[in-house]
Each structure stands twice: as C-alpha cells, then as structure tokens.
Design a protein around this ligand. Structure first.
Ligand code: AMP
Length: 195
C-alpha cells in the first residue's frame, strides 16, 4: 500500500506518518531528508545535488526517480511507502506511476493536509519555545524565514501535484487544524478501502 502525503511544514505530516507506520507497517520516505543525508555523507550524489538544493531549486526528476526506484526494491519497504513531499512535478508523478506499474503496484491514496499559514507560524513558534524551555536546541529549519520559504515551495508544487491526483480520483484534502485523532481517522477511513 503506497500513500502520497502532502502538506506544508508543521501541518502534522510527521505525526500522521508515525500513525501509518504503526498501523500499516508502512515506511516513511522523504526525498528532502534523503538528499540532506547524501550531502552530510559527502557522497557523489550529495556533491551533485548540493548546489541545486542550496539555491532552493528542484533536484532533477531523473535523480528523484532513481532514488524512488532504489527504495521500492528494498525489502524493508515491501509493506508500502509514505511518500512525504516526494512528488513535486508531473514527470515525477508519472514516473512513479510507471515504476509502480512495472512492479504491479499502485498508489492507494493521496492526502493533502491543509493548514492556514498563520497557524503554521504559531505552531513553529510554540515548538521553538517548548524546545528552548526543555534546554534543547530547536531544529535548524524551525525559524520564520525558512518556514516561509518552505511554505512557498510547498504551495508551488502542491498546486501542480494535488490536481494530478485529484484527476485520478485519489486525492483527499484534510483540514489539518483538526485534532491529531480526527486527521488520523479521516486518513484511516480512506485507506481501509485500499486493503
Ligand atoms: P524539503 O526539505 O523536503 O523541502 O526538501 C529540500 C530540498 O530538497 C528542496 O528544496 C529541493 O531542492 C530538494 N528536493 C526534495 N524533494 C524533491 C523532489 N521530489 N524533487 C525535486 N527536488 C526535491
């Protein structure tokens, strides 16, 4: 069972991914995290993508599709993948579909968690305050400039990718300001149909 998860930063994708991992044994997969790990390890791929990522541009579709293909072939991903912010262009969406088709698999559902920008800013500010109160260092991306840039990036790709999955009848838009349990319940109701 493969799931597409979209939503701006701090919309609750991490929390809902944990729910999906525990309930359905899916594996969380984020190309942003993968690419940052490649840069941190100074791998050939990391060296290749570093400049593009630092400039805030999109990494090429071929690179993204190669990473996806690799993950799909790994045994630990066999129950299915939560594609978190992985699909950002139409060629990526089409490429994923072809790769899955060749493996006789498919996307079961796509979710877009909707949260107003002012609420996202509030959430990140509270998260930073709580972290500081615990005497810990806030996440590097938990600052307003980074947050606003990442919200802009999300808007750019979601206005392309959401309609793609909507046209295929796979999209559910969920109000991410509801309680964690309500959001999980809505996701669960859709996924039950995929079992
Ligand atoms: P993120 O932290 O998920 O927003 O990703 C950080 C950066 O990684 C983005 O600004 C892009 O440069 C790159 N990236 C991550 N996922 C993709 C993707 N699916 N397509 C193209 N570039 C990506």
């Amino acid at each position: 069972m493969h799931v597409i998860l979209m939503g701006p930063p701090a919309a609750g994708k991490g929390t809902q991914s944990k729910f999906l991992e525990e309930k359905y044994g899916l594996m969380h997969f984020s190309t942003g995290d993968e690419l940052r790990a490649e840069i941190a390890s100074n791998s050939p791929l990391g060296q290749k993508v570093q400049a593009v990522m630092n400039a805030g541009q999109l990494v090429s579709d071929d690179i993204i599709l190669d990473i996806i293909k690799d993950r799909l072939s790994r045994p630990e991903y066999k129950n299915g993948i939560i594609f978190d912010g992985v699909i950002r262009t139409i060629p990526q969406a089409e490429g994923l579909e072809t790769i899955l088709h060749d493996r006789r698999q498919e996307i079961c559902a796509a979710f877009d968690l909707n949260v107003d920008e002012a609420i996202l800013i509030d959430r990140v500010e509270s998260r930073v305050k709580e972290t500081l109160a615990r005497g810990e260092t806030p996440r590097k991306d938990d600052n307003l400039d980074v947050l606003k840039r990442r919200i802009r990036e999300y808007k750019d790709f979601s206005k392309i990718v959401s309609p793609y999955y909507d046209d295929k009848g796979l999209l559910t838009v969920i109000d991410g300001t509801q309680s964690i349990e309500s959001v999980s319940q809505k996701i669960d109701n859709v996924l039950k149909k995929c079992l």
